[in-house]
Design a protein around this ligand. Structure first.
Ligand SMILES: Cc1cc2nc3c(=O)[nH]c(=O)nc-3n(C[C@H](O)[C@H](O)[C@H](O)COP(=O)(O)OP(=O)(O)OC[C@H]3O[C@@H](n4cnc5c(N)ncnc54)[C@H](O)[C@@H]3O)c2cc1C
Length: 533
């Protein structure tokens, strides 16, 4: 059996950073296993997310279990399946979260995860190419981060937000998150800045890093209470490989608990029931699932020429392609939601608890995914950032090819339901502020007929979707439901860590790509430190 010092399972946001940092030292032999393909043409062009959201070649295309709280619908759960993982098809917004998110993790007993502790890793990963306070922003990391130019429509919304008390705060990843700003973007030189591009392209020719794509990890190989390797398959051919030092599982929030459960690490009764022998009882595997559930409010825009719908019409797309070719702002290099506001649901809060994100476009959903509507308009999604509702992800068979059952349990907490209604009311207040009047904006959804909390909530249950930020299913901590400790070592199993969004004990305030990469950076640093002890 071939032996590597380190085996990393999953080349996504976190796993690519882990492999990059571990292989910086030529003395470390590293194997990176990725279930998806090496490259795909739409990953380079920022707007490629639209081409990949329903594409089985590069997307796991999961769905949730139908649940009464969201009107029995199965929700679409895309996840990247290629080098770069979800960073190769995500919406490109770059959001760290709040200092308080990480301080909370630390206060939960996770030593080394306060904001002061993680800030050096956030700085280390990025090259921020706009003005910003160097106390908070990094200038020399692999990931290029830029600020898009506001267009006339988005500038108008920023003005309208000011009229209802939401201040303009250009660097929400700086000293304070509070306010409205253009979305910082993992886009530079017209190109998506995925971890495949920023971390793996520069590292892939290192002789001590082997990247094996199309390699589905089926389970971990355990020797008693130690992980000694990985069993994986390439096009149906099974292979085994040994780890001299450690295995790091970075399969993401859905697949990491799946890999653990398939390896006999999880809830004993569940594993017994599927014929899997229990190697380590850990009741928290697959539990503590958290995600953002967001209704998209919809607005018609009467003034012509302002929205993406207008710009994409007729020969408009040709013009957009030409602009893209000339590196000018274009639909092809746009963040999915280019404007966002972090707002407080009520006076007196220390930090924002709601997120509003604007898309200057209306879309419809067809059988092959979303398409640009003929009607001119805007979308604004609005939701609480730190939901209390928790769900779970568990395998339902002992086959690594069967999708696990994803039960979000969205809106099970009354606080989440109430905050979602508040977020919609704030979106309404911005969209009807005086600055919006010249654009002839009118509400399509929820629609002016829905005004009471119950009416709005009924609509939310009917139309909400995830914003694709599942976290928490291999939670970090020291309580009985924790899966990994503060150094991301799986409780009870030596030589095994989990490093990806699944280790987050709570959901960060915003999108999750930046925190996932930070987790990869910090995990690699801890692995290297522990190797020296
Ligand atoms: C459609 C979409 C839009 C998003 N938009 C944004 C956004 O605008 N901004 C933002 O910050 N966040 C966004 N996110 C979320 C963000 O991209 C993710 O939170 C982040 O990428 C998660 O990183 P990860 O390392 O935990 O997992 P991933 O990046 O998903 O990586 C997991 C990797 O492991 C591989 N893998 C899984 N199982 C196995 C196995 N058994 N064997 C081998 N390989 C395996 C997968 O194929 C994948 O490559 C979006 C996500 C999606 C899906």
């Amino acid at each position: 059996m071939q032996t590597y010092d380190y085996i990393v399972v999953g080349a996504g946001s976190a796993g690519a950073a882990v492999a990059y940092r571990l292989s910086e030292n030529p003395a470390n032999n590293v194997l990176l296993l990725e279930a998806g393909p090496d490259d795909y043409r739409w990953t380079r062009i920022p707007v490629g997310y639209a081409k990949m959201s329903h594409n089985p070649a590069v997307n796991w295309l999961y769905h949730s279990e139908p649940e009464a709280s969201t009107n029995g619908r199965k929700l679409h759960v895309p996840r990247g399946k290629m080098l770069g993982g979800s960073s190769s098809l995500n919406g490109l917004a770059f959001v760290r979260g709040q200092a308080q998110d990480f301080d909370t993790w630390s206060q939960m007993g996770n030593q080394g995860w306060s904001y002061d502790d993680v800030l050096p890793f956030f700085k280390r990963m990025e090259s921020y190419e706009a003005d910003g306070d160097d106390t908070f922003r990094g200038r020399h990391g692999p990931l290029r981060v830029t600020n898009p130019e506001p267009n006339a429509l988005l500038a108008r919304i920023i003005e309208a937000a000011g009229q209802v008390g939401i201040r303009h705060n250009p660097d929400y990843n700086g000293a304070s998150q509070d306010g409205i700003a253009m979305s910082q973007a993992t886009i530079a030189s017209n190109r998506r800045q995925s971890t495949a591009h920023c971390y793996l392209e520069p590292a892939r020719f290192r002789p001590n890093l082997r990247i094996q794509t199309e390699a589905l990890t089926e389970c971990l190989i355990l020797d008693g209470k130690r992980c000694i390797g990985v069993r994986y398959s390439v096009h149906g051919e099974q292979r085994e490989v040994r780890a001299g030092r450690e295995v790091v599982v970075s399969g993401g929030t859905i697949n990491s608990p799946q890999v653990l459960e398939l390896s006999g690490i999880g809830q004993p009764e569940r594993l017994h029931g599927l014929g899997i022998s229990v190697r380590q009882a850990l009741p928290g595997v697959g539990e503590n699932l958290r995600d953002h559930y967001a209704p998209r409010t919809r607005w018609a825009v009467g003034k012509r020429g302002m929205t993406y719908n207008d710009r994409a019409r007729g020969l408009g797309m040709v013009g957009q392609a030409l602009r893209f070719a000339m590196s000018q702002p274009s639909l092809l290099n746009a963040v999915a939601a280019p404007l966002r506001a972090f707002v407080k649901s009520r006076e007196g809060l220390e930090a924002p608890d709601l997120l509003l994100g604007w898309v200057p476009m209306l879309t419809e959903l067809g059988p092959k995914g979303p398409f640009i509507s003929r009607q001119s308009g805007m979308t604004c999604y609005a939701h609480p950032m730190r939901p209390e509702s928790k769900g779970s992800i568990h395998i339902t068979s002992n086959s690594p090819r069967q999708q696990p059952a994803i039960a979000f349990n969205f809106l099970s907490s009354p606080v989440d339901a109430m905050l979602t209604v508040t977020a919609i009311r704030i979106a309404r207040s911005v969209m009807t502020a005086p600055a919006m009047a010249p654009l002839l904006v009118s509400e399509i959804g929820p629609g002016p007929g829905l005004q009471t909390d119950d009416e709005i909530l009924g609509w939310v249950r009917q139309v909400g979707e995830t914003t694709y930020h599942p976290v928490g299913t291999c939670k970090m901590g020291n309580d009985p439901m924790a899966v990994v400790d503060a150094r991301l070592r799986v409780h009870g199993i030596a030589g095994l860590r989990v490093a990806d969004a699944s280790i987050m004990p709570t959901l960060t305030s915003g999108n999750t790509n930046a925190p996932a990469i930070m987790i990869g950076e910090k995990a690699a640093a801890m692995v290297l430190e522990d190797a020296c002890v």
